[in-house]
Ligand binder design. Sequence first.
Ligand code: GLN
Length: 306
Amino acid sequence: MPNRPFRTSSEWTVLRILQWANGYLKKREIESPRAAAEILLAHALGTDRVYLYMHHDQPLEKPELALFKTFIQRRLQGEPVAYIVGHKGFWSLDLRVTPAVLIPRPETERLVEAALAWLAGRVSEPAADIMDLGTGSGAVVLAMAAEAGGHRLVASDVSPEAITIARRNAVAAGVAGRVRFFVGDWLRALRRGPIFDLIVSNPPYVATDEWLRLQPEIVRYEPRLALDGDADGLRCYRAIIETAHQHLKPGGALMMEIGCSQREAVRRIAEGSGGYEAFSCVKDYGGHDRVVTMQKKNIASIYKDC
Ligand code: GLN
């Protein structure tokens, strides 16, 4: 039989192409090669990963094969899988993502868990007023809306593109009526006044020189605006902590995701502001400090300090 350098496309079945792509990505040290191959192939076929498992023997059509190869090339250039396919799973949601928003990270689900636990532990009226600052794709606020009905949710971001995406995600998640979005720089757009029970945020917290050392795919593709927390990584904590307490009702709390070495620095900022008490921190499932909570200082303890 003559040697054929290329297979005809009909010989590429789902299983064979997955095995090929897995090996190819692995050799080039792309992380999670198998998952990447499956997500990209499912996207090229307009289907999902479960379908692939059930159709291992399905031959690929030429255009499908060609499309899949362009996805593999893009991944090899460093483009994150989530941007290639345009969506990313977070909590129970499938969120649309573009390079205008940070790709939601699994650690951030810890912020959602902590916020839901805080809400569940409240003894006052059940419906809370909640604000998500720097919402990006809407991940945190939409997970909360999907999980805990009955609350009044507001979310802002300084990027109008991000707010457009977050709004679309709210519609897709079926919670559009439950979250109000607006463009704004932290709390600056709001009049001061105690209107929220809970303020949550996953602000940019990577120090600038650390940002430069992140994986090239993050630096080249993800929005710097959503990651870079200035020289020491703490600029956004200062901005939020300084004003958030003026927007919290008595008994309210501010809850934020932090970088794993920032707990004490953020605690000092909170103490220095004079607006909070009962600072606490929980770890993520990797064992790293991840979510800080601070209660608005109650009026009795403010007088005690005087
Ligand atoms: N966890 C992100 C990262 O280092 C940072 C997210 C953020 O700055 N809020 O990849």
